[in-house]
Design a protein around this ligand. Structure first.
Ligand code: KG4
Ligand code: ZN
Length: 375
């Protein structure tokens, strides 16, 4: 079954064709990063306009690649899948409208897909003609999912493939947002995650360091929420994070050490230690929460997805955490970590909960939660 997927929930316009949920036959991603860079973050109006301008070309390119790989055309597409939430309303609308139009024109079913659930499908994708390195997702259930992106930091219980229940989450900023805001504060540009990841590699924690000394990690708060805060909404505080205090601690550190914004320069040689310490605080709490969550039940795997899962230190730490718990860690290929449509087309093969007239009639749901049923 060939499913064509469309994704436009934030600042990537994407279309892909995936065979039987896993084999990626085409994967076109137009990223708008350059358009948002001058503003240090995604500007919804600019994102929406760019989606409108690019979506037809992106779909055409994916269909062309599909044709080159298979010798087939649009009539070989069996269904259309689309992200209908969560995300920016004005961005989601563009992809949903395009997908409805395409499904109706082709006379094929439309499947509505949850973006976060789709991130957790990415470790199971493989490229056309490749032999898959892992078995089908069902072999890894029950699994613990961790979605870490610019908009989400969520731990998800997956009893079987297609069932999702949130067991932990960030109470304020997402991990990616914490990276992005720090980079903005430090003048490192947008998006912050990749540059912090790279600069942090230039510094390493010496084994003979004196704790608190100039060679050690700067002690930033560890991203733990205060137990009992109402935002926890019944969740276990040990499975939740809070990054707002970390961001403030970085600001205070920078002001204390280098002065106020107007007249400070942070010497380039200091940057690796600062970002490495900051990254360590984020990665440390993500690994700690994951270790807690893995104790909840006899999981068969840890499944990780989202843009932040590109982070080298996080990949290493989560691998160690999973190994200590005796479960395999499932990480996506780098090209499938960030937003893409292959994950949408792929998951749609396994999860057809919003289909038929309900899918054609649905509106976007910017606050859609993993596991939420809308039909
Ligand atoms: O999944 P994604 O492409 O979009 C969302 O759904 O949000 O994730 C984007 C986020 C950004 O915040 C970006 O800074 C972060 O992923 N990111 C990284 C790295 N590469 C991207 N964070 C840490 N380390 C990286 N190497
Ligand atoms: Zn995403």
């Amino acid at each position: 079954m060939n499913i064509l997927g469309i994704e436009s929930s934030c600042d990537e316009t994407a279309c892909a064709v995936v065979r039987d949920g896993r084999e990626v036959l085409a994967n076109t991603v137009y990223t708008q990063i350059k358009l948002h860079q001058p503003y240090g973050g995604v500007v919804p109006e600019i994102a929406s306009r760019a989606h409108i301008e690019k979506i037809s070309g992106v779909i055409d390119e994916a269909v062309k690649t599909f044709g080159e790989k298979t010798g087939k055309g649009l009539d070989a597409i069996d269904a259309v899948a689309v992200t209908y939430g969560p995300g920016l309303a004005s961005s989601l609308i563009v992809g949903l409208a395009a997908a409805k139009g395409l499904a109706l024109a082709l006379g094929r079913p439309l499947f509505g897909i949850n973006h976060i659930e789709a991130h957790l499908h990415t470790p199971f994708l493989f490229d056309a003609g490749e032999t898959p390195s892992v078995p089908d997702p069902s072999a890894f259930m029950p699994a613990l999912g961790l979605a870490v992106s610019g908009g989400h930091t969520t731990w998800i219980d997956m009893p079987s493939y297609g069932e999702y229940e949130i067991v932990g989450q960030t109470l304020d900023d997402a991990a990616g947002e914490a990276f992005d805001k720090a980079a903005k504060l430090l003048g490192l540009g947008y998006p912050g995650g990749p540059v912090i990841d790279r600069v942090a590699k230039e510094w390493f924690d010496p084994p003979d360091r004196v704790p608190g000394g100039p060679d050690a990690f700067i002690a930033f708060p560890k991203g733990r929420p205060r137990p009992g805060v109402s935002a926890l909404a019944g969740l276990d505080a040990d499975l939740c994070t809070s990054f707002s205090g970390l961001k403030t601690a970085l600001l205070h550190y920078v002001e204390r050490t280098y002065g106020a914004k107007e007249n400070r320069t942070i010497p380039a040689q200091d940057m690796p230690r600062i970002v490495s310490s900051y990254q360590e605080a984020i990665v440390g709490v993500l690994a700690d929460r994951t270790a807690h969550a893995l104790k909840r039940r006899a999981y068969k795997a840890l499944i990780v997805g989202g843009g932040v899962s590109l982070n080298g230190r996080l990949r290493a730490k989560l691998s160690a955490t999973a190994a200590a718990a005796g479960v395999p860690v499932m990480l996506a290929k780098p090209k499938y970590c960030g937003d893409n449509a292959a994950m949408i087309a792929g998951l749609a093969y396994y999860r057809q909960n919003l289909t038929g007239d309900a899918a054609l009639a649905t509106d976007v749901i910017p606050t859609l939660r993993p596991g939420e049923q809308v039909s």
